[in-house]
Design a protein around this ligand. Structure first.
Ligand SMILES: [Fe+2]
Ligand SMILES: [Fe+2]
Length: 348
């Protein structure tokens, strides 16, 4: 419950900024044509044979589609209804996601581990998913020990984008869950929303980080240059969140990535301190999550263990598939991020 005088007293200074930090902009012509005409996906990715080039096209389309889904300022139909365009964009959404999951990520080839019961699946999370290659990827050691200040600032901007609407994602995750799983998702959302205080919204901590390394207007311009591989992990989560049949896969995906936060954020903090980004404003987002997310992880896994009605074998399998997807996509993303920072020397 909120405090009685909350609206009078809860007015932190940075609340005036529109969030997420996006602006109206023109999407590129090729993508615009694809999303707003009968152009097929084959035509959109035509001539692209290389895995990463196809990945780039799929992911810029997905990012655009999810901005549309959330209705933020940068979305193609911001506060506008247009039946014909809505139909086209939603059709393209299904088409791109299908290709992304089945062709690009090849989910049919995933191992078919069957869990006997939810207690076994909880043990999988406690023992395997947390120790996967997503958790221990060398990209985070690079951040801790080698990344220079300029690259670090670029990386932090991508982190702001990756996390800028986690509260809305968790809100979507909550819809349609049952019992304990809904309870922990709602608890997570309440934390994301600062337990009722605007200055403790996790996105408020991102505002503080952003203004510590850049200014709002510059950030709006910068984000248009963000390379596609930095959107991969958000895109897979939103793909699962927005497909009714994959709702439980979203839960498995989220649980897995939450499990890695403490380890990854410790390494990010180490790297930030090493390059002199040590202020409270810079570090608050990462410092707070180091302690909050282990709790979230514990809750998410325990909710599986104690879920009632009990999860069926099919439900266990789909949660597990979401976890495998999180790992596969994270490794794909981290490999490419590491490449990006080691092969380039100029970052804006
Ligand atoms: Fe958070
Ligand atoms: Fe969390």
């Amino acid at each position: 419950m909120l405090k009685k005088d909350t609206f009078l007293k809860d007015k932190p200074q940075l609340q005036d900024l529109y969030w997420p930090p996006v602006n109206f902009y023109q999407i590129n012509q090729l993508l615009h044509n694809y999303l707003t005409t009968n152009t097929s996906l084959e035509e959109f990715i035509a001539n692209e044979k290389r895995y990463d080039k196809i990945g780039e096209k799929l992911n810029i389309a997905l990012s655009e589609i999810y901005a549309y889904m959330y209705g933020y300022k940068d979305s193609i139909l911001f506060q506008r209804q247009n039946k014909d365009l809505d139909i086209l964009i939603l059709t393209k959404k299904i088409e791109v996601e299908e290709y992304f999951l089945h062709n690009w990520l090849n989910i049919e080839k995933f191992p078919d581990t069957s869990f006997l019961n939810q207690e076994d699946l909880a043990i999988y999370f406690e023992e395997e998913s947390i120790n996967s290659e997503g958790m221990h990827h060398s990209f985070f050691d690079f951040i801790a020990d080698e990344m220079d200040r300029e690259a670090m600032i670029h990386f932090l901007k991508t982190e702001i984008c990756r996390n800028e609407y986690v509260d809305d994602e968790v809100a979507l995750l909550t819809v349609g869950l049952q019992g304990n799983m809904k309870k922990v998702s709602a608890s997570n959302l309440w934390d994301e929303c600062g337990c009722g205080l605007l200055q403790n919204f996790h996105t408020y901590w991102l505002r503080r980080l952003m203004l510590n390394i850049t200014d709002y207007e510059s950030f709006l311009d910068w984000r248009l240059t963000k390379p596609w591989q930095f959107s991969l992990t958000s895109n897979i989560f939103n793909c699962l969140l927005s497909n009714p049949a994959l709702k439980l896969a979203a839960y498995g995906c989220f649980t897995t990535t939450e499990q890695w936060v403490e380890c990854h954020f410790n390494k990010i903090i180490k790297g930030m301190r090493r390059v002199g980004l040590c202020s409270g404003d810079a570090l608050v987002y990462f410092e707070k999550h180091k302690t909050i997310d282990p709790h979230h992880t514990e809750e998410l896994v325990q909710a599986i263990r104690f879920q009632s009605p009990r999860l069926t074998k099919e439900e266990l399998a789909i949660i597990h598939k979401g976890s495998l997807l999180a790992i596969k996509v994270a490794v794909l993303a981290y490999d490419r991020m590491l490449d990006f920072y080691t092969k380039n020397s100029n970052f804006n």
